[in-house]
Design a binder for this molecule. Structure first.
Ligand code: SF4
Ligand code: SF4
Length: 361
C-alpha cells in the first residue's frame, strides 16, 4: 500500500487530431477511434480519480474536441469534483462549443500554438487554417471569461520567434504562457534531427524568458520547460514515477507517464478491468520505479534523489536501452556526454523535413 495521493489525472480521451505536429508526444502507434473508452467508463475513471484524492483533470488527446461526448465528459469530471482543464489545439473551439463546455463545468483552457506567422505555423502543424482557428478560439475563451494558457512548443524552426510568441500571448489575453521546448518522446524522437535547436539558441531563449518574466510580472506568468538534452540535471518526470499523476490512454491503459507504454516488459493495467485505486495502489507498473529503492548509482544516495527521482525512465530507456538507469540528462550519468553529442549532431544536421504525426503513419 502507498500513502501517496495522485494530484491529477491526464485523460487522453482520444488520439484523433486534425493536426499532424511532428513533435507530438503521443506514441507512434496511435489508438483508433473504435478502441476508445466510452463515456460511461470515463465517468467512472473521473469518479475514481476524485475518490483517490486527485484535484484536477487534464482533458487531453490528441484533440479532445473531436469526441462527440466532450461536453458530457467535461460535466462528468466536474460533477466528480475535479478542476477541469481542456488541452486543445483550438481547432474546433468556437463560441458555441465553448458556451456548451462552460455550462458543463469547464474551468480552464490551454491552447497550443505553433508560432506567430500563420503560414509557417500551419506548415508545422500540417493543417491549413489552424493558426486562424487558434486565434479565434483564444478570443472566445477570453470573451467567456475563462482562464487561458497558451502552450508554445519550441524547436529549431521557431526558437528565434520566441519574442513574438511572448507578445502574441499578451495580445491574446492569456494569463499564462508555457514555453515548452520539445520533449523527445513519441513522434518527437522520430523527428529529433529536424527539431533540435542549437545550444546557443536555447541559451538565448532561456535568457529571453528570464527577462520577460520580470518585465511582464503581473501580466503574464511564463513557465519554461527546458530541453533535457541541454540540461545539467533532469526534471522530476511527472513529479516522480507513480507519485503525482495518473495517465489514462484512449484505450484505458493507466500509465505513470504518457510515454511509459514505450517501455518493454510492462503489462499496464486497464481501467476496463481494474479500478484506478487498485491500479494506483498495487499494479506492478506503478510500483516499479516508485520511490528510491530501484535506483542505481549515482542516483542512490544522491542528495537530489527525492527531488528529481532519477529523471525520466522513458528517456533513460530511449538513450541507453535500460529504463532502470540514471536519466542521461543528468551530468552525473555516464551517458550524459553521449546525449549532448546526439543533440549537437542533430542541431547541425541541416535536416528540415518532418515525419508528420498521423494514425497509421
Ligand atoms: S501535438 Fe499537435 S498533433 Fe499532437 S495532439 Fe497536439 S495538436 Fe494534435
Ligand atoms: S544522480 Fe540521479 S538523483 Fe542525482 S541529480 Fe542525477 S538523476 Fe538526479
Amino acid at each position: 500500500m502507498t500513502e501517496l495521493t495522485p494530484i491529477g489525472l491526464l485523460a487522453e480521451l482520444t488520439h484523433r487530431c486534425p493536426l499532424g505536429c511532428p513533435y507530438c508526444s503521443n506514441p507512434l502507434e496511435l489508438t483508433r477511434a473504435n478502441q476508445e473508452l466510452d463515456t460511461k467508463t470515463w465517468t467512472r475513471v473521473f469518479e475514481d480519480a476524485a475518490s483517490l484524492g486527485a484535484m484536477h483533470v487534464h482533458l487531453s488527446g490528441g484533440e479532445p474536441l473531436v469526441r462527440k461526448d466532450i461536453a458530457e465528459l467535461t460535466n462528468a469530471a466536474h460533477l466528480a469534483g475535479l478542476y477541469t482543464n481542456l488541452i486543445t489545439s483550438g481547432v474546433g473551439l468556437n463560441a458555441q462549443s465553448l458556451t456548451e463546455l462552460r455550462a458543463a463545468g469547464l474551468d480552464h483552457v490551454q491552447i497550443s500554438i505553433q508560432g506567430v506567422d500563420p503560414t509557417r505555423a500551419d506548415a508545422i502543424a500540417h493543417f491549413k487554417g489552424g493558426a486562424k482557428a487558434k486565434r479565434e478560439a483564444a478570443r472566445v475563451v477570453v470573451e467567456e471569461g475563462l482562464a487561458l494558457t497558451i502552450n508554445a512548443v519550441i524547436h529549431r524552426g521557431n526558437i528565434k520567434d520566441l519574442p513574438a510568441i511572448i507578445d502574441l500571448a499578451v495580445e491574446w489575453g492569456a494569463g499564462r504562457l508555457e514555453v515548452a521546448h520539445v520533449q523527445y518522446h513519441g513522434w518527437a524522437i522520430a523527428n529529433r534531427a529536424s527539431l533540435m535547436p542549437a545550444r546557443e539558441d536555447f541559451l538565448t531563449a532561456a535568457k529571453l524568458v528570464e527577462d520577460a518574466r520580470k518585465s511582464l510580472e503581473g501580466t503574464l506568468v511564463i513557465d519554461h520547460v527546458i530541453p533535457d538534452y541541454y540540461a545539467e540535471r533532469p526534471k522530476a518526470c511527472m513529479g516522480g514515477w507513480g507519485r503525482q499523476v495518473i495517465v489514462v490512454t484512449p484505450d484505458g491503459r493507466a500509465l505513470p507517464c504518457h510515454a511509459a507504454a514505450t517501455l518493454p516488459g510492462f503489462a499496464f493495467d486497464n481501467v476496463k478491468d481494474r479500478s484506478l485505486a487498485e491500479i494506483w495502489e498495487t499494479s506492478e507498473a506503478f510500483q516499479k520505479f516508485r520511490g528510491t529503492a530501484w535506483m542505481p548509482k549515482p542516483c542512490q544516495g544522491c542528495d537530489r534523489a527525492e527531488i528529481d527521482w532519477g529523471g525520466c525512465r522513458c528517456q533513460a530507456f530511449a538513450i541507453t536501452g535500460n529504463a532502470a538507469t540514471t536519466d542521461p540528462a543528468c551530468a552525473l550519468s555516464p551517458e550524459h556526454t553521449k546525449l549532448r553529442e546526439m543533440a549537437t549532431a542533430d542541431a547541425a544536421s541541416g535536416i528540415s523535413t518532418y515525419r508528420f504525426r498521423r494514425i497509421g503513419g
